[in-house]
Design a binder for this molecule. Sequence first.
Ligand SMILES: *Cc1c(COP(=O)(O)O)cnc(C)c1O
Length: 397
Amino acid sequence: MPGFELFGENEKKQVQDVLDSGVLMRYGFDGMRNGHWKAKELEKALAERMQTGYVHLTSSGTSALTVALASAGVGAGDEVIMPTFTFVASFESILALGAVPVLVDVDDTLTLSPSAVQKALTDKTKVIMPVHMCGSMANLKALQEICKANAILLLEDACQAIGATYNGQAVGSIGDLGCLSFDYVKTITCGEGGALLTNKEAYYQNAHMYSDHGHDHIGSDRGAEAHPFLGYNYRISELNAAVGLAQVARLDDFLTIQERNYTTLREAIAPIDGIQFRTVPEGGAENYSFLNFFLPSEAKAAEAQNALSEAGIDGCFYWYNNNWHYYRKWEHLINKTALGRLPKDVLEALPDYNKSDFSASDHWVGRNLSCLIKLSWTESEVQARAKKMADVLGAIL
Ligand SMILES: *Cc1c(COP(=O)(O)O)cnc(C)c1O
């Protein structure tokens, strides 16, 4: 990944179809559009590929998460459990609805720890939101059991894991709701875009209305549509959907290339003492977008990242020090800094994250390196990279 590495003729043709008709809007303009309904076609293609009942596209992965939570009726005062290692979108989508993000430790899967989730439950917990980081998934069986026992919803953030499977099922299609992102650096990309997946028709109905100002989408006169509830504009455009349509057709090819490159790198460094690969839950298969491994200590992880980078191995991330992905650097959330006043419900209920103990997360994320797997590497580039990585890591361990 990212999918833009292999943009080709079909991406151009799909976009050209939209420009030729002049209709950039996913709804209406029936007579002008030359039969092109790119957003609808992409929703259908994704529903088939992800084996899910309903798909609704949105303007981004972040908005897909917001829409998913809204569709399930999440609002002021509700608590949503999310991991300490994720992307800022997780708490943004929760706060957007006036709900409270409850941060919880990750484990050796680099995703939500089910035992930590169990401890964080309160009578206000409405949703558990595992985030399938860097191409692999949370222990969904354990989380599903917790959800069932407590009548809580499971919302999978599969923005980084499209194509990964769990017991043969596409991740993102397993929980009550799931979300995907097609932003500029994801496995498949359309510039900006996201998708909500669900098997529950009621959530789907809420989602398409909520994402389009609450329009009920009944009849062909948009001006005459009713508004059953308040909504926003989280629509995707036909131009973005057109690119997505070309990209989703290539998802399986991308996964094959990623798996091959990942396997070459993994086999090269596996014999080195002191390297431990990330745990993939039983029944899971990654999408191979990142190769994740742990070093014996924080100091070694930082040293390894420097040494790899000095040796010209780009794209190996140390998320522990990253501003976007780990709670330690989310000073805006920690200090509750917003442009306006935060809702009272949120201010009162938001934990004081300055005082939280996430040492269990630090233990794993502090020792993790995460190496991006590219689509465009040639066979000889992958071989050379594998050898260099093994040499560099072997020398420090
Ligand atoms: C990319 C991403 C999102 C959504 O991001 P957008 O850029 O808004 O599409 C959400 N969660 C995770 C884990 C992500 O990586």
